[in-house]
Write a protein that binds this ligand. Structure first.
Ligand SMILES: Cc1cc2nc3c(=O)[nH]c(=O)nc-3n(C[C@H](O)[C@H](O)[C@H](O)COP(=O)(O)O)c2cc1C
Length: 192
C-alpha cells in the first residue's frame, strides 16, 4: 500500500464507551499519545460528541443525522483508525456497531459510506476489569472491521484488570505501553 501522499499518517482515534470514567477512554488517550510519539498525527474524538440514534431506515429516509455526516467526513480525512473497545457480553458494544452502521450508509454524494473506510488501516485494543481484558470482543471487532474492507493490524491488545493499570487517568503499565506501541508500528507499516 502506498504511503499517504505528502504528509504524516493521520489516524482517527476513539473509544467505544460513552462513560465519563471509561477505562477505554483512558486507554485510547494513552494510545493516542504513544502514536504521536511515533510521528503519527492523531485526532482523538469522543463518541459522546457524535451522538446517534440506533440505526433506523425511517430516520435515514427522513433526514440523515448531522453527526453521521460529520463522522463520515472525519473518516474520509484520515488514513486509518485506532479503536479501544469495551466488551459487552462477549461482544462488541452496540455503540461501535451502530456508529459503523451509520458511517457505512451512503454519503451525501451517493457514494457508499464504506468508501471512507475501505482500504484503510485499523489498530484495535480493549480494556476491561475482567481477566480476559475484552479479548472476545476484539475477535468480533476485527471481523466486523474486515467486513468493512479495513485492514486490521495483526497484533491487538486486551488490557485485563484494567483499573490496576491507571493512576490519575494515566496508563502506568509498561508492558501495555509496549504492546500499544507495537500495534502503532504495524499500522504505520501498512503504508510503508
Ligand atoms: C452490559 C455489560 C456487559 C459486560 N460484559 C462484559 C464481558 O463480556 N466481558 C468483560 O470483560 N467485561 C464485561 N463488562 C464489564 C465491562 O468490561 C466494564 O463495565 C468496562 O468498564 C466497560 O468499559 P468502559 O470502562 O470503557 O466503559 C460488561 C459490562 C456491561 C455494562
Amino acid at each position: 500500500m502506498a504511503a499517504p501522499q505528502g504528509s504524516k499518517l493521520k489516524l482517527l482515534a476513539f473509544a467505544g464507551s460513552l462513560r465519563k470514567d471509561s477505562l477505554n477512554k483512558k486507554l485510547i488517550q494513552a494510545w493516542a499519545s504513544i502514536a504521536q510519539k511515533q510521528g503519527v498525527e492523531v485526532t482523538l474524538i469522543e463518541l459522546n460528541d457524535y451522538e446517534l440514534p440506533i440505526y433506523n431506515g425511517d430516520i435515514e429516509e427522513h433526514a440523515v443525522p448531522e453527526n453521521v455526516r460529520k463522522l463520515q467526513e472525519l473518516c474520509s480525512e484520515h488514513d486509518g483508525f485506532l479503536i479501544a473497545s469495551p466488551e459487552y457480553n462477549g461482544a462488541v458494544p452496540a455503540l461501535i456497531k451502530n456508529t459503523l452502521d451509520w458511517i457505512s450508509r451512503p454519503l451525501e454524494n451517493g457514494d457508499s459510506g464504506v468508501s471512507v473506510l475501505k482500504g484503510k488501516v485499523c489498530g484495535i485494543a480493549a480494556a476491561s476489569p475482567g481477566g480476559l481484558g475484552g479479548l472476545r470482543a476484539l475477535l468480533l471487532l476485527r471481523d466486523q472491521l474486515a467486513k468493512l474492507s479495513l485492514w486490521v493490524a495483526p497484533s491487538q491488545f486486551a488490557l485485563s484488570k484494567a483499573p490496576d493499570s491507571f493512576s490519575n487517568g494515566e496508563l502506568t503499565n509498561e508492558s501495555a505501553e509496549k504492546a500499544l506501541a507495537n500495534i502503532v508500528q504495524e499500522v504505520r507499516g501498512f503504508y510503508e
